[in-house]
Every structure is written in structure tokens, then in C-alpha cells.
Design a protein around this ligand. Structure first.
Ligand SMILES: O=C(O)CCC(=O)C(=O)O
Ligand SMILES: [Fe+2]
Length: 300
């Protein structure tokens, strides 16, 4: 699936469980590839659940899942690449308004070769099955970044919701203690127009992810430990944060997955129909929807 070549070019390589490339992968990853193939088949959802992938981390209401994503050698190679980039004098932006340390995958040049195929070939079928009501079937862009926690840098992350319809968070390493993720309830009240597809979110006007002061929805948080190479899937509106790092360094790849079909109607950050300005790349995941074409000839 994903291979790191010496020389540190990282890319996504499609595998189908029967191709030559999959011979090099550890067994667990091969069976995972097969499972993902099954998950992408809408006729087979029950079979997939019987096979136990991905593992639900919570009861039905939180809908948080764990899923294997990268092999340990790939995580190691990616970490090395991230550190080279960090040490370089290349221009660097912050991953988001909450994290001060980390890397934007776009700036590293890994958005197109790694994250887009990961979204299109791996996450899309899985998310369509797990979150059909939250944009899962319509994911069409992302913002991907690595967050880094270390002593003297960021150590924890306050409770927030993401600027995403759905989120993948993969632990890359290194060795560390603490830093577990915690999840509360869904950030939701009624949407202003009641026209939103999927979950509705709290009515606030904030352009970026919002830190919250100990909301009641966090009374009984679900704690999720990191497992290197494994990803946690959750809805963007699921309140969450990261506990303080104890020792070591923690690096996680976070992919905010976006579905323009959902957010064009109701921005998940401000709960309004968004006012759009043109941007480069994926921007914030919105698209301009052209009015439907009318065939004038057909009217005459
Ligand atoms: O620290 C983490 O792994 C969580 C990061 C996160 O929730 C985010 O960046 O949206
Ligand atoms: Fe987050």
C-alpha cells in the first residue's frame, strides 16, 4: 500500500492484495487491504463488520473507530522526512491555529503523492460506509498536517472541534508517554436553517477551530491511547483534545477531510451558508456551485 523508498521519497502505491507490491507488506497490512476492498463494496457491509475492521472504540453514539493505516517502517521513514524538513530553512506555516509545531503536508510536497490517494482510495470507501450521514460519501478535499508535541514546545491540545466533516488522526511515534486523545459529545445545536445534511453544529461564528471551556459534553470523555501506525476516525464535530505529553516526543498525522456538498450549505465552523472568496489549492474545502444550466433551445 504505502512504501518508503531509501532516499526518502514517500508515495502512495495502490495495492489490491494480489499485486506484486503487496508481497512486500507485513501480513496485517495485506489482510487490511483485503478488508478495505470489502468495505468499499456496499453489498458487503455485514461481512466487513464480522471481520472486525475497523474496531469501534466507543458505543454507537460517539462513532469513533480505530483502523490500521501505516506500517511501522513507513512511520519511521515519514518521521525522518519530517525532521529533515523541520531542520531545513524551507518556508513553513503552522499546521493550524491551535498547534504551533508540526508540518503542513502540502509544504512538504506529500499532499498530492500521499494524502490525496490515501483519501480517494482508502478513506473514501471506508468513510462512506461508516459515516454516510456526515459527508463520508462526498469527501472531495482535505487539509493534512502533522502535529508535534515535545517538552519546551506544545505539550497538550485543548478541547475543540475540527474544521472538517470527518477526521483521521494517525500516530507516527516517536517514543512517548501521555498525550492520549479524549473525546466528548458532538458539538451540536440546531442549525439556523435546519437544512444541513448530517449533524448540525453549535451556532458560533469562528473562522478557525474553537477552544472550549470544559463543556458539559466532556463530563465523561472517552480516552483513546495512540498506537503507532494506527488511525483514529471521528466526526469533525466530535469534541476532542489531547492530554499533556509526559515524556518523549509525539508526532501525529491529522487529515481534516472535507465534503464540499455538505459545507457549501452550512459551514461547520460558523453554521451559516459560507461567503466564498477564491483561494488556491483546496482552500477551506468549499466550492462554488454553478447554477444549473438551462437548455434554452429546449424551451423554445
Ligand atoms: O494532538 C492530536 O493528536 C490531535 C490533533 C487534533 O485534534 C487536531 O489537530 O485537530
Ligand atoms: Fe482536532
Amino acid at each position: 500500500m504505502i512504501l518508503a523508498r531509501p532516499g526518502s521519497h514517500l508515495h502512495f502505491q495502490e495495492g489490491n492484495g494480489g499485486s506484486g507490491t503487496s508481497r512486500d507488506l507485513p501480513k496485517a497490512t495485506q489482510s487490511h487491504l483485503l478488508s478495505v476492498c470489502l468495505l468499499s463494496d456496499p453489498a458487503q457491509p455485514r461481512l466487513c463488520q464480522q471481520r472486525g475492521l475497523p474496531a469501534a472504540l466507543s458505543g454507537e453514539e460517539k462513532r469513533i473507530y480505530r483502523v490500521p493505516v501505516f506500517t511501522a517502517p513507513f512511520c519511521q521513514a515519514l518521521l525522518e522526512e519530517l525532521e529533515h524538513f523541520e531542520e531545513s530553512d524551507m518556508p513553513k506555516g503552522r499546521p493550524n491555529t491551535m498547534n504551533n509545531y508540526g508540518v503542513l503536508l502540502d509544504e512538504l510536497g506529500l499532499d498530492e503523492p500521499l494524502v490525496t490517494p490515501l483519501r480517494e482510495r482508502f478513506l473514501q470507501p471506508l468513510m462512506a460506509l461508516l459515516y454516510p450521514d456526515c459527508g463520508g460519501p462526498w469527501l472531495d478535499s482535505h487539509r493534512a498536517f502533522v502535529v508535534k508535541y515535545a517538552w519546551g514546545q506544545d505539550r497538550e491540545l485543548g478541547c475543540h472541534y475540527d474544521n472538517s466533516e470527518l477526521t483521521l488522526n494517525v500516530a507516527l511515534g516517536k517514543a512517548f508517554t501521555g498525550g492520549a486523545l479524549y473525546f466528548g459529545g458532538l458539538f451540536q445545536v440546531s442549525a439556523p436553517h435546519g437544512a444541513r445534511m448530517g449533524a448540525a453544529y453549535l451556532w458560533v461564528h469562528r473562522p478557525e477551530p474553537c477552544h472550549l471551556q470544559a463543556p458539559a459534553a466532556l463530563m465523561q470523555p472517552l480516552e483513546v491511547e495512540h498506537v503507532v501506525g494506527q488511525g483514529v476516525l471521528h466526526r469533525g464535530g466530535q469534541l476532542h483534545g489531547a492530554q499533556a505529553l509526559g515524556t518523549g516526543e509525539r508526532w501525529n498525522l491529522v487529515v481534516w477531510l472535507r465534503a464540499s456538498a455538505v459545507r457549501n450549505r452550512l459551514c461547520p465552523m460558523c453554521c451559516r451558508e459560507p461567503d466564498l472568496v477564491d483561494d488556491e489549492g483546496f482552500g477551506d474545502g468549499f466550492t462554488r456551485e454553478e447554477p444549473p444550466m438551462v437548455d434554452v433551445c429546449a424551451l423554445t
